[in-house]
Ligand binder design. Structure first.
Ligand code: FE2
Length: 194
């Protein structure tokens, strides 16, 4: 199978329980499994693409959901386990574009408070050298073409329901931000500029 489950060595987090993370990691494993299953099934159906046109069309759409679900969760878990302190060139660049780091943070948090399930992403457009805070519905709707994701905050209820009720999702956003490992996010920022 082309995709394997990534292992995340997470320390104890602040405001996100071990049980919450365990439940969430199991869901992540499901996405990896489904990406592999759909990949195999698509190859099989392509054997007679005319006869299987309907199934192919449905499964091709489903692939976008499962693949993005897998990848976004990897970006999410990889960046947890830090102290939430934004430093370095990324901090300077965000502050420059938004006027202050606080202004960027307030916008990111506000997008997290939108109704519905999905993700808030911090992305970077290499071509114009600008950041975008993006809302993605489900896992696949609303991505900005070609923009690498520097940070992905899961706003599906499964990401916080063990620890917070839906009305408390602002507390989840705050907890998430407090656990971010900004050196990992900075590393992604440096890589995309090469
Ligand atoms: Fe999730």
């Amino acid at each position: 199978m082309p995709y394997t489950e990534q292992v995340f060595n997470l320390p104890e987090l602040h405001g996100l329980s071990t049980k919450q993370i365990e439940v969430h990691l199991k869901l992540y494993a499901g996405y990896v499994k489904n990406v592999n299953a759909i990949t195999a099934k698509l190859a099989e159906l392509m054997g007679d693409s005319e006869k299987n046109a309907l199934s192919l069309a449905e499964l091709k759409r489903r692939f976008g959901f499962e693949f993005n679900g897998m990848r976004l969760h990897e970006l999410y878990f990889e960046a947890l386990g830090g102290d939430g302190q934004i430093v370095g060139s990324l901090a300077d660049a965000l502050a420059k574009q938004w006027g202050s780091l606080e202004a960027w943070h307030n916008e990111f948090h506000a997008i997290g408070m939108m109704r519905g399930i999905g993700w808030v992403l911090l992305t970077f457009d290499v071509k114009s050298q600008t950041f975008h805070n993006v809302w993605v519905s489900d896992h696949e709707l609303g991505h900005l073409a070609g923009l690498p994701v520097l940070m992905a905050m899961d706003m599906w209820e499964h990401a916080f329901m063990v620890d917070y009720v839906p009305a408390e999702k602002g507390n989840y956003v705050t907890a998430y931000m407090k656990n971010l490992n900004w050196s990992k996010i900075e590393e992604r920022y440096t890589q995309v500029q090469k």
